[in-house]
Design a protein around this ligand. Structure first.
Ligand code: 9GP
Length: 823
């Protein structure tokens, strides 16, 4: 057994001292007292007590970084899916047990107090949660870094089910204030929009002057990001939009009480809502303005900070600042930096371009064509006239210099690589702009990065062979194990060093225990206790009774056809049918658990949710099947719900069509917590299988080459429908009124979609998916084999620590080093 070191963060005070601080804040910050305080007041008082350490950390870190003048990272992302901050902050500061004890002595359970915190759902799914894990890791690794995004008033919608259908309700995360943020009006910026560009001739030189049609104020809110150990505290800086002019006195005085505020309302719309769809561009003009608004404010902020530290000479700007584009959403930052350098700082084009390319790098998070943003040239011209000129200039120089040199006279390649897509309407390809304006482009798992080179940008790869790299995603083990699974963490700490949340490779120390009966028993006992807890959650959320002895089979992720929740549904229906045909059908009882939000305008995704809910209702109430199958769709899936569910999961469903899921990160969270993956050879599943060992995951279905071959041959879903009796039967079942008594045809759209088009090839994978589930069933019944596989998953997942991902970015892309904050 390895030596046991305690290098977890040491509490800076005792439980008694912490209690005094919480009570002090209850009285002095909240203006209430112990006998009267609500749970919410206790939550705020606790936050205030924690913040004494958090904000001291912010000032310590800012001061250190300002003094050292090290190269810093600016992570530009339209989404940060932070979830709750309290338990994470307590863990990272080493104050969790102290707080637990302090609250206990006040007659409070810490879990109840933590439950009062709303989720900060400022993101849609994987991309936003990845950004949140990454800023945690940057703080932990002491990397000077700022996360830049939008201070949305409403985060991702709250999901309710009405008669099985998804209904969206606004999210009100800040309704009662947010103790974790601080407004920094001194760093506000003014952002220009619309208007026209004037060409002026001055001092023997032509230059461009942008006369904006409107200006908006960008107000920054800083949210501290506490690194593990608490020494380094970075910030997430989120911009809120406000009118430049609060309201119009003249209009107000002449009786236009509502009109007087119209500018204010329009301006504030920019940071009002997060777009509930990360995979298509919606709400065009407003979405483009959102992207420009936060990119421009962030660049102005970086510039201001640079000048405060280094003066007006920008010679070292690119050496000291790395900017990461999280997908193409902030790509407009490329022409914006060019505009600032050329128009405002008087750099010659070539020099400005070299600096811009040295500054930016771009992460691609998806190959789905509808997600590769394109903006109409006319729209950009209207909203950002100067940027349109700059984009065209970038494009023309790129095509006539770089492309022409490599492929002289080849107009086909020029057409393909051009930033401007010709057609009925000229479109600006933000993906091409991002590749051209960045020094490095990365995908998020090995297979995805390979496909980015091979399928998405092959000519760019030929032009710049070293530009494309891979950085496999990761998750922070602080939130996704230490904080969310205290029982497993405690068990682990009986056997390995307590600094594993920082050095996840220490988990390999558990491998020798995978065959040890006593450890297997303890490991599975932890899983069982977590399941017992979650049984209550299921009952509260859905009213359905389930047994903790059943297999908890979990699919949690955004609802999208490529993720194939409907494949899961077809298998559930097949199982149900088998039990109806043969009541003695031999299977270990299963609870199928779903959590997923569908974009409000994504019709078929919402139909799939409805179908799952209707099938669930029927199965859960069918006494004939003797509780062998239960199906629950948890409403309003979000980070805090994931934190409760993941420790209780036995099976992790990662069943996307091969080649479509760039990486996935839920797959990592579930496997780290000892769930067995049933998955396709897609995204990071492949690397999870490599790390955990192919015996410890269950792989099924077509691989990327098979998918391509089938497409080339001509895919006809109806052939699969006709040739598999079970598949045909379950699909036909969707047509009648078996699941929707008295209302036939309500689920028919799901069948029609699959039999007539099946864009993500659900039907060809059905048979092998069912076989894979038989393997899961057999493995689970072999208790020893299952425990061993589960332990080996936990013990083998070190690679998927987001600290490792950030180290890769730091070394290979950003070229930055950590700078430990000093008091
Ligand atoms: O769909 C990908 C998901 O596979 C990946 O894990 C995540 C983080 O890299 O990004 C998702 N992409 C998006 O949300 C939109 O591009």
């Amino acid at each position: 057994m390895p030596s046991k070191k305690s290098v977890a963060p040491t509490p800076a005070l005792t439980a008694e001292q912490f209690k005094t601080s919480v009570v002090k804040h209850l009285r002095t910050t909240l203006g209430t007292y112990e006998e009267k305080a609500s749970k919410q007041a206790w939550n705020k008082a606790l936050a205030a007590a924690i913040n004494e350490f958090v904000f001291e950390g912010v000032s310590r870190t800012r001061k250190t970084h300002a003094n050292v003048g090290a190269r810093a990272v600016h992570y530009l992302s339209l989404e940060f899916l932070m979830g709750r901050l309290m338990s994470n902050n307590l863990q990272n500061l080493g104050l969790y047990s102290v707080a637990e004890e302090a609250l206990k002595s006040l007659g409070l359970e810490i879990a109840d107090v933590l439950e009062e915190e709303p989720d900060m759902a400022l993101g849609n799914g994987g991309l936003g949660r990845l950004a949140a894990c990454f800023i945690d890791s940057m703080a932990t690794l002491s990397i000077p870094a700022v996360g830049y995004g939008i201070h949305y008033e409403h985060g991702l919608f709250r999901q309710e089910f009405h008669k099985g259908r998804q209904v969206e309700r606004p999210d009100q995360w800040r309704e009662f204030g947010n103790p974790w943020e601080i407004c920094r009006p001194e760093s506000a910026q003014v952002i220009k929009l619309y208007g026209y560009v004037e060409t002026v001739y001055e001092q023997g030189k032509l230059s461009k002057v942008w006369h904006p049609g409107r200006t908006i104020r960008a107000i920054p809110w800083d949210i501290p990001v506490v690194g593990y150990g608490g020494q380094n505290v970075n910030v997430l800086r989120l911009w809120e939009s406000r009118a430049d002019k609060f309201f119009d006195w003249d209009v107000f005085n002449s009786g236009g009480y509502v009109d007087a505020y119209s500018e204010s309302v329009e301006a504030e719309t920019i940071s009002k809502v997060l777009y509930p769809n990360d995979e298509t561009d919606a709400g065009k003009e407003l979405r483009l303005i959102q992207q420009y608004f936060f990119s421009a404010a962030s660049i102005a902020d970086v510039m201001r900070r640079y000048k405060a530290a280094n003066g007006e000479d920008l010679a070292n700007f690119a050496k000291l600042n790395a900017m990461q584009l999280n997908d193409t959403h902030p790509a407009i930052a490329i022409p914006e930096l060019m505009r600032v350098l050329v128009d405002e700082e008087n750099f010659a084009w070539d020099e400005a371009w070299a600096m811009t390319r040295e500054t930016f790098s771009y992460t691609n998070h998806t190959l789905l064509p509808e997600a590769l943003e394109k903006w109409s040239l006319k729209l950009i011209e209207k909203v950002l006239p100067r940027h349109m000129e700059i984009i065209l200039e970038i494009n023309s120089r790129f095509l006539t210099q770089e492309v022409e040199t490599m492929w002289p006279g080849n107009n086909d390649i020029k057409r393909k690589l051009s930033i401007v897509e010709e057609g009925a309407e000229q479109m600006i390809r933000m993906g091409n702009l991002s590749v051209i304006g960045s020094h490095t482009v990365n995908g998020v798992a090995q297979i995805h990065s390979d496909l980015v080179k091979k399928d998405l940008f092959p000519e760019f790869d030929a032009l710049w062979p070293n530009k494309f790299v891979n950085v496999t995603n990761g998750i922070t083990p602080r939130r996704w194990m230490k904080a969310c699974n205290p029982r497993l963490s405690a068990l682990i700490e009986q056997h390995i060093d307590t600094d594993w949340p920082r050095y996840l490779e220490k988990l390999t120390g558990l491998k020798p225990l995978a065959d040890d009966q006593a450890f297997q028993d303890s490991f599975m006992a932890v899983k069982h206790e977590n399941k017992v807890d979650f049984v209550k959650e299921i009952k509260t959320l859905t009213g359905v009774d389930v047994s903790a002895d059943a297999i908890f089979d979990v699919q949690i992720k955004r609802l999208h056809e490529y993720k194939r929740q409907h494949l899961n549904l077809l298998h559930i229906m097949a199982l149900y049918r088998r039990v109806l045909i043969d009541p003695n059908y031999d299977m270990h009882p299963r609870v199928f658990i779903f959590g997923a939000k569908a974009a409000p305008g994504y019709k078929i995704a919402k139909e799939i949710i409805f179908a799952i809910n209707k099938v669930a209702e029927k199965i859960n109430n069918d006494r004939r099947i003797n509780d062998k199958i239960k199906v629950v769709f948890l409403p309003n899936y979000r980070v805090s719900l994931a934190e409760k569910l993941i420790p209780a999961a036995d099976v992790s469903e990662q069943i996307s069509l091969a080649g479509k899921e760039a990486s996935g990160t839920g797959n990592m969270k579930l496997a780290l917590n000892g769930a067995i993956t049933i998955g396709t050879m897609d995204g990071a599943n492949i690397e999870i299988a490599e790390e955990a060992g192919s015996d410890n995951v269950v792989i099924f279905g077509m691989e990327v080459d098979d998918v391509v071959a089938l497409k080339n041959k001509g895919y006809h879903p109806a052939d699969y429908y006709r040739s598999n009796e079970e598949l045909k039967a379950v699909l036909d079942w969707l047509e009648g009124d078996f699941f929707t008594p008295g209302e036939p045809g309500l689920l028919a759209e799901v069948k029609r979609n699959l039999v007539e088009s099946d864009p993500f090839m659900v039907l060809p994978d059905f048979e092998s998916y069912c076989e894979a589930h038989q393997k899961i069933d057999a493995l689970y019944r072999d208790k020893k084999a299952w425990a061993k596989a589960a332990i080996l998953n936990t013990a083998s997942l070190a690679k998927f620590n987001s600290d490792r991902s950030i180290q890769d970015y730091a070394q290979n892309i950003w070229h930055v080093k950590g700078v430990e904050a000093k008091s």
